[in-house]
Design a protein around this ligand. Structure first.
Ligand SMILES: *[C@@H]1O[C@H](CO)[C@@H](O)[C@H](O)[C@H]1NC(C)=O
Ligand SMILES: *[C@@H]1O[C@H](CO)[C@@H](O)[C@H](O)[C@H]1NC(C)=O
Ligand SMILES: *[C@@H]1O[C@H](CO)[C@@H](O)[C@H](O)[C@H]1NC(C)=O
Ligand SMILES: *[C@@H]1O[C@H](CO)[C@@H](O)[C@H](O)[C@H]1NC(C)=O
Length: 439
């Protein structure tokens, strides 16, 4: 499987560091409903410019061969159609400094280059004078959505404005850029846009060894080398596909997490989500996310099928057995696997035939959400039994499988994923008694 995550570096934080708040412009009447032009204006002064380029309505590609330029344009125009035209995100043609969203409308410049510093495959920059994003992508990756649409995803985040210069959102820029690339590649939300530009429906970049095998980590952990911030994007797939039909969540969730970010507050994206989500608290929502990850049941056929083919290789060694009596087995979470802030343990259960599974999570060191995920192995249908105060029981039929999910879900904490504090690194200690099955 193709994976370029190790070599996609983001320099947006450096690029936007010191990018002062936009200067307020003189008030000009907003032209309600003023439509953008069919083709935006190119500006060769954004980035180094050059003479080898090709234009499309919303982009200019410098460098590369004519066929590479054509391939990049089809992909980028497909992404523009999906995210801006279909999903209503703020246009990448609008300056960061344009408070009225009335133009000018400028093409995004993309430069195909020989190499980038640090071995990066792509980089997003912002141009202070024009308030425009521009991208550099290594030529061999220019038609690879995992690179070019990832970087364009940073551009869309920049043009959406409110996460810029907010350090607690910093690591989340990678999480969301990978979500944007994944959505472009295979989500039904972008299917019409892909068809319009004759783009294939791609496979998934999901890294299940990381997302599930290391689910104990802080939900977005920006630690260099061991963090998960490039891999944690299925949380956005879960929110966007909203299979539980939670009020006010769905296809517009990332857009709203940008739009409703409390300007200049440096809050975490989860704090924004807490205002957005009207029918379920974020701790409970995160608990359901992890319950659904037990069988990768978050509304993506590609992720679901990747899970079925790779599940036998995932590290599920979360518990140590501490004893058993009368059909009940007792366990304690391994100290190295205690779920950290908004992380979880995903614990497949073993059973034979039809059973009643009774689970009791006790002696916990903090707030948690425990759920039994049950899957019909022939239809793939899932159901979720939330354990009240850690306890509950359910029958599991012969053709069903069950997984216990325990998530560390305290009240929200303001934290910087690039500099994890002791309160988010604190693991959830717990014990669990299981009857009718074993871990
Ligand atoms: C489940 O286990 C708990 C604690 O071990 C016990 O109190 C409860 O009666 C059990 N419930 C069922 C339905 O077996
Ligand atoms: C509960 O957990 C604590 C550690 O968090 C441990 O010291 C204590 O022995 C446990 N209690 C029982 C009854 O096992
Ligand atoms: C599982 O799904 C199959 C196929 O849809 C169905 O026939 C069966 O009844 C289901 N099993 C349970 C326990 O719901
Ligand atoms: C759960 O625990 C809380 C606090 O101990 C208690 O008030 C509540 O009644 C319990 N709920 C159930 C259903 O046992």
């Amino acid at each position: 499987m193709f994976s370029i995550k190790q070599i996609i570096f983001l320099t947006v934080l450096q690029a936007i560091a010191g990018h002062a708040a936009p200067t307020p412009r003189d008030a000009t009447p907003v032209q309600a409903g003023a439509a953008p032009p069919a083709s935006f204006t190119a500006n060769p002064n954004i980035g180094p410019g050059g003479s080898n380029y090709k234009d499309s309505p919303h982009f200019r590609i410098y460098g590369g061969s004519s066929s590479q330029q054509d391939a990049a344009i089809a992909m980028l125009e497909g992404a523009y159609t999906c995210f801006v035209d279909t999903l209503g995100w703020r246009s990448s043609g609008l300056s960061y400094n344009d408070a009225q969203d009335d133009g000018p409308w400028t093409k995004v410049n993309i430069y195909a280059v020989g190499s980038l510093s640090g071995g990066a495959a792509g980089v997003m920059h912002s141009d202070y004078a024009t308030g425009m994003s521009w991208l550099e992508v290594v030529t061999s990756y220019v038609a690879t959505p995992g690179v070019t649409i990832h970087e364009y995803g940073h551009g869309l985040t920049y043009h959406a404005k409110n996460w810029v210069d907010q350090s607690r959102t910093g690591a989340w820029w990678e999480t969301t850029a990978n979500f944007i690339a994944e959505t472009y590649k295979n989500s039904n939300l972008c299917a019409a846009a892909r068809a319009k530009y004759n783009q294939p429906t791609g496979d998934t970049e999901v890294n299940l060894n990381k997302v599930i095998g290391d689910s104990f980590q802080v939900i977005v952990d920006g630690t260099s080398g061991s963090g998960n911030y490039y891999e944690a994007w299925p949380f956005f797939t879960f929110l966007t596909n909203n299979l539980d039909n939670y009020a006010s969540l769905g296809a517009n969730t990332l857009l709203e997490m940008w739009a409703q970010y409390s300007k200049g507050s440096n809050e975490t994206p989860l704090h924004t989500l807490a205002r957005l989500s009207t029918s379920i608290t974020v701790p409970k929502l995160v608990g359901r996310y992890w319950a659904r990850m037990a069988y990768a049941d978050i509304g993506s056929a590609q992720i679901s099928s990747a899970f079925q083919s790779r599940r036998s290789n995932i590290n599920y060694a979360n518990l140590d057995q501490t004893g058993s009596s009368g059909g009940t087995t007792n366990y304690r979470v391994k100290s190295s696997r205690q779920p950290r802030y908004m992380g979880s343990n995903i614990i497949p259960l073993k059973k034979s035939g039809a059973v009643t599974v009774n689970v009791s999570v006790t002696n916990t060191s903090g707030a948690f959400t425990a759920t039994l995920a049950i899957r019909n192995t022939s239809s793939g249908t899932t159901r979720y039994v939330e354990l009240v105060n850690g306890s509950g029981s359910t029958s599991v039929a012969n053709g069903e499988e069950a997984t216990l999910v325990v998530a560390n879900t305290p009240n929200l904490i303001q934290y910087d994923p690039f500099s994890l504090s002791s309160d988010v690194m604190k693991g959830l200690n717990y014990q669990v008694a299981i009857t009718g099955a074993t871990a």
